[in-house]
Structure formats: structure tokens, C-alpha cells
Design a protein around this ligand. Structure first.
Ligand code: FAD
Length: 386
């Protein structure tokens, strides 16, 4: 079988998840998002069916598969109109980091819940003064007896209000300066000294973004994930899945938009033929479809490398996939809106909301410019300007 032919298991997963997503659909998703409510019913059902934890090791209640399968789940939910952003964070970043580097106690404590969706974990790295420059992270952990005291500020952290805990990236006091030596801490949401406030965003999503204040948050020794001296490697292990899953999230939405545009172009007639017969409508849609398919291929390559244990190879491919997905999706959604004319901007058709949703992928979790910097330096060997 060709490497480009998806296995029967993956095809079956794709179909089953798409069917689930379609039962809820874009109308459900957007109604919830506009009301500021989480898409809890979908999350819970997907969790019961085992879709949210396909990448979590089977011995901790997951599906024992990989990021490839989790990306399929997110892509298909997005294509069906009901993407679950927290899949990028809870099972993909936090589940991966805990499964790979957590203590046995942390694994038993968190992974079964992350796998069946009964527990969620957000992820916090971005800071007001250290966005793209994570070497500047100023959230510091200092020891107090056997405890840790964590202080700092974070911004744009998604989904804290519906999470049980946040995996925060800080640095230890003795590593407070110089190049980043991160340390990762699990902080339960109700820990004293941990406050969060929603940031008003121009996004129609079920997940809010928050700014966070950590004021001498007292944590037990076992809140530290893995080794405080190997934090960078642990962090990268989580960031590659994050990029792959952001690509899946974005490409799913792009497929949803293109699907709706094609359906509209087939039936809408304002001259003698459906508008889809005009090359001014058909060609851009064909072009966007090619770009989305190319980005999907790169995403699948990145996921495959990651699942094969090639963290370095996956790093380059995940960056390229995230970049390609963001660009392809922004163009696809824009063209879908154009195809629907005025209807493209109505709430009824729900396409305009996808402009902002796909636009996020040009900024987060790593910006378009920082991916270009990465490729310029690591792939092309060009000097660094910053
Ligand atoms: C919807 C949403 C959800 C998010 N969820 C999370 C989350 O759950 N957890 C989390 O930790 N973070 C989250 N983020 C934050 C996100 O990861 C950051 O916004 C992103 O990393 C960019 O950082 P910044 O916003 O500080 O931009 P900045 O770093 O201030 O960059 C601003 C601009 O300058 C450019 N720039 C900066 N440095 C360079 C350079 N050296 N060369 C060229 N250009 C440069 C950038 O590309 C960008 O265009 C989220 C953001 C959004 C919008």
C-alpha cells in the first residue's frame, strides 16, 4: 500500500468523527460560541467515544495511537463545522508532555481524565513581555522548603475557565537570566494566588482567552513536570504537537468553508448558469483546494515524523505545516466568503466568523514571521537578525 493511502483504521476514524461533528454542526457550534458557552455536549460525547484521547497511551486510558490520529479527529470536527480548540492544548500538549516526562503519579493523576475528556488542562507560555521571544519568560519558580512559589504574568491563555489545571511554563530562580531554561508546572485552577480574567476577543469561538496573574502560588514539589534541568526538551516535545494540531484545526475549518462555497457555487444562479460555471469563481476555489491539500500533506508528514520519534525532523515539518495551513486556510475562507457574495457576510451562513478563526493560525502558537525566521536559519542556514 502506498504511504499516501490512509490505513482502513484511520479512514474509519475520519468518517466516524466527521459523522459525530456533523450531528452537532456549525449551527450548534456558532450558537454556543456566540452565547459564550462551551461546546460541552460535543466534548463529552467525543470523550466517551474515545476520540479526545486517541494519542494517550492505552495503559492510561487512551487510544494508544499518535498525533496523526488526534490530528484526524480535530481536522474532521472542523470540517464538520464544530472544531474543539482545546484538543490542541489538553491531550496534544499537556497529554504528550505528561505521558513522556511526567512522574508515574502525575500520569495516573491526569492522563485517564485527559483521555476521556472528563478533565481538561490549559497551557500557558505566552507573557505580555515575552510573546515570540520565549527566552524572556519572566514567570519564576523559587523553592520554599520542598514547595515551589510561582510568580509571573501570562496572556492569551485559552480555555482556563473550563480547565481543571494549567500547565505553566516558567523558569527556576537560579535559571532566571540568560537563555531559556524552562520548568513546567501543573497548577490546579483553584490554587490560591492564581487569578485569571477574560480578554475581550473578536473571535466567535467557544473558548475564551485569559490574562493570568500568578502571585506567589504555592505548589507542592510534585507540581513540577519532569526534570527542571531538561525543561527545554520537554517543552519542545509539547510544542511540535501544538503546531501540528493548529494546522489540523485550521485546515478542518478551511475544508468546511470550501465545502460550503462549492455547494453554493453549484446552485446559485444569477445569469443563465450556476456561478460555479464562471472561471472567476471556479478557479480560485480549485486553487484553494490545491493549497489546502498541500498543507494537509505537510501536516501528515510532520505528524508521521513525530509519531516515529523524530523530534528534530518533526520540528521543521511542523513549523512548515503550521505556516502552510495558516496561509492556505486564510485564502480559502476569504474565497469562500467571496463566493457567497453578501451571504458570505451573514450570520446565517456563518462564514465571516471563520475569517478571524483561521487568521489566528498566522499568529499563534508561533507567528508566520517566526516560522520564516526558523526556516531561514535552520533550513537555509542564513544568519539571524534578532
Ligand atoms: C486566539 C489565541 C489563542 C491563544 N492561546 C494561547 C494559549 O492557550 N497559550 C499560550 O501560551 N498562548 C496562546 N496564545 C498566544 C500566542 O501564542 C501568541 O499570540 C503568539 O506567540 C505571538 O506572540 P505575541 O502575540 O506576543 O506577538 P509578538 O511576539 O509581540 O509579535 C508581534 C509581531 O511581531 C512579529 N515579530 C516578533 N519578533 C520578530 C522577529 N524576530 N522577526 C520578525 N517578526 C517578528 C511577530 O511575527 C508578530 O507579527 C494565543 C493567541 C491567540 C490569538
Amino acid at each position: 500500500m502506498s504511504v499516501f493511502t490512509e490505513s482502513p483504521e484511520r479512514q474509519a476514524l475520519r468518517r466516524a468523527v466527521f459523522d459525530l461533528g456533523r450531528r452537532y454542526g456549525a449551527a450548534y457550534f456558532q450558537a454556543k460560541a456566540r452565547a459564550g458557552l462551551p461546546t460541552r455536549e460535543l466534548w463529552d460525547e467525543a470523550g466517551k467515544l474515545g476520540y479526545l484521547g486517541v494519542n494517550i497511551p492505552a495503559e492510561y486510558g487512551g487510544g494508544g495511537a499518535g498525533i496523526s490520529e488526534l490530528a484526524i479527529v480535530l481536522e474532521e470536527l472542523g470540517a464538520a463545522g464544530a472544531p474543539l480548540l482545546m484538543l490542541v492544548v489538553s491531550p496534544a500538549i499537556c497529554g504528550t508532555v505528561i505521558a513522556r516526562f511526567g512522574t508515574e503519579w502525575q500520569r495516573r493523576q491526569w492522563l485517564p481524565g485527559l483521555a476521556d475528556g472528563s478533565r481538561r488542562m490549559a497551557f500557558g507560555i505566552t507573557e505580555p513581555d515575552a510573546g515570540s521571544n520565549s527566552h524572556r519568560i519572566g514567570t519564576v519558580a523559587r523553592r520554599d522548603g520542598t514547595d515551589w512559589l510561582l510568580s509571573g504574568r501570562k496572556v492569551f491563555i485559552s480555555g482556563i475557565d473550563h480547565s481543571d489545571a494549567v500547565l505553566f511554563v516558567g523558569r527556576t530562580e537560579d535559571a532566571a537570566t540568560g537563555r531559556l531554561k524552562p520548568a513546567l508546572f501543573i497548577v490546579p485552577r483553584d490554587t490560591p494566588g492564581f487569578e485569571y480574567r477574560p480578554i475581550p476577543m473578536e473571535l466567535v469561538t467557544a473558548e475564551k482567552q485569559f490574562q493570568v496573574f500568578l502571585d506567589d502560588v504555592r505548589l507542592p514539589a510534585d507540581a513540577l513536570v519532569g526534570d527542571e534541568n531538561a525543561g527545554l526538551m520537554q517543552l519542545f516535545a509539547g510544542l511540535n504537537p501544538e503546531r501540528i494540531m493548529t494546522a489540523a484545526f485550521t485546515l478542518g475549518i478551511a475544508r468546511q468553508a470550501l465545502g460550503r462555497a462549492v455547494e453554493y457555487a453549484r446552485t446559485r444562479t444569477v445569469w443563465d448558469t450556476p456561478i460555479g460555471a464562471h472561471q472567476g469563481i471556479a478557479h480560485p476555489l480549485a486553487q484553494c483546494t490545491i493549497e489546502v491539500e498541500l498543507a494537509r500533506l505537510m501536516m501528515q508528514k510532520a505528524a508521521d515524523l513525530y509519531d516515529a520519534g523524530d523530534d528534530i525532523g518533526a520540528g521543521e515539518a511542523a513549523n512548515m505545516a503550521k505556516y502552510a495551513a495558516g496561509e492556505a486556510a486564510c485564502r480559502a475562507v476569504d474565497q469562500a466568503v467571496q463566493t457567497l457574495g453578501g451571504n458570505g457576510l451573514t450570520q446565517e451562513y456563518g462564514l465571516a466568523a471563520l475569517i478571524a478563526a483561521t487568521r489566528v493560525a498566522r499568529v499563534a502558537p508561533v507567528s508566520r514571521e517566526m516560522v520564516l525566521n526558523y526556516v531561514a536559519q535552520h533550513t537555509l542556514g542564513l544568519p539571524r537578525s534578532y
